[in-house]
Design a protein. Structure first.
Ligand code: GLU
Length: 309
């Protein structure tokens, strides 16, 4: 694996010298404080080895990357009946768009746009108090990463709650259509806390390994989701994981991936690796600028694109 380590070191070296790093998310004030001059990458392999470069041990706000894990959790509880509440088509719209929601009568296009993830949070809440649902999500992610130190950054959760009018609008809108069952403040409480989970690239790469290993976590041997479900989650990541930049990401990187406005991306090379990259500066559609460039370089040099060389 020396070639892989060399490639990671080269990527991190180039990122350290990059002048155009994108812009950190400003609409969540706590995220606006993050130093944009950071970059980390970690690659977890099915044998448990994790190779890293740069700031791979620095925790960051995983934001929408959490939506992959809450989708996995909710599918485990509800099975395919989840799809009655949320679609699985690319949106072609911004992550927080409300326009499509009106046209499609409150059924979000997919589980990775904000509206879709809020609907999934509502499903996870069933039979629980918000605190229990949040605890269940954190425990699930700790179990995936095999790491009990993973925590919620309460300052980020508070910051999102205080500035979450847009997400509150989406949630109220869906509730008006009957697409959300629980009180909006409960659903948003769960959603904001899942987004505020802080993880390092090292932890995130390990947590995503089940998607690279036919649903099985090779660290623990546990079958997290059936193999067919892992394949389907990867398909949704490929088509919908980068909002209205999903086509561009597939074109440049060629892997299923999910981004977050904290600047993290989880990308899956099925059968090969789970990759986490983080750099806080975002491009115009809200995806990590250097993170995307790093994944493009990694897949090219390692020949890991699902579409071949
Ligand atoms: N918590 C963010 C929001 O709701 C998530 C968006 C993202 O990471 O893309 O706006």
């Amino acid at each position: 694996m020396t070639k892989l380590q060399d490639v990671l070191d080269e990527i991190a070296g180039e990122a350290a010298g990059a002048s155009d790093r994108g812009v950190v998310a400003h609409y969540i004030p706590e995220l606006a404080k993050v130093d944009p001059n950071q970059f980390g990458i970690a690659v977890a392999l099915p044998d448990g080895e994790v190779l890293t470069a740069g700031d791979a041990a620095t925790p960051f706000s995983i934001q929408s990357v959490s939506k992959v894990f809450t989708l996995s959790l909710a599918l485990g509880k509800l099975g395919d009946s989840l799809w009655a509440r949320v679609g699985r088509e690319p949106s072609g719209n911004a992550f927080n768009s409300i326009v499509q929601l009106e046209q499609e009568k409150g059924r979000p296009r997919n589980p990775f746009i904000n509206a879709g993830a809020i609907a999934v949070a509502d499903l996870i809440l069933s039979g629980h108090q918000p605190r229990e649902a949040i605890g269940e999500i954190v425990r699930f992610i700790r179990y995936l990463a095999d790491d009990d130190t993973i925590r919620i950054d309460e300052r980020v959760a508070r910051s999102e709650t205080e500035h979450g009018d847009r997400n509150a609008s989406l949630a109220h809108f869906m509730r008006a259509f009957g697409s959300i069952e629980h009180p909006v403040d409960h659903v948003l409480g769960v959603y904001f806390h899942q987004c505020a989970i802080a993880m390092t690239c090292h932890q995130l790469a390990r947590a995503g390994l089940y998607l690279a290993s036919q649903g099985q976590n090779p660290l623990t041997g546990a079958q997290v989701v059936p193999a067919q479900r892992a394949r389907r989650i990867n398909a949704i990541m490929l088509m919908c994981g980068h909002y209205d930049g999903s086509g561009e990401f597939a074109y440049r990187v060629g892997l299923p991936g999910k981004s977050g406005v904290g600047g993290g991306i989880l990308a899956i090379a099925p059968g090969i690796a789970s990759i986490a990259v983080w750099s806080p500066g975002l491009d115009l559609v809200g995806n990590s600028k250097l993170g995307t460039a790093a994944l493009e370089q990694l897949t090219r040099q390692m020949g890991w694109s699902v579409f071949g060389a």
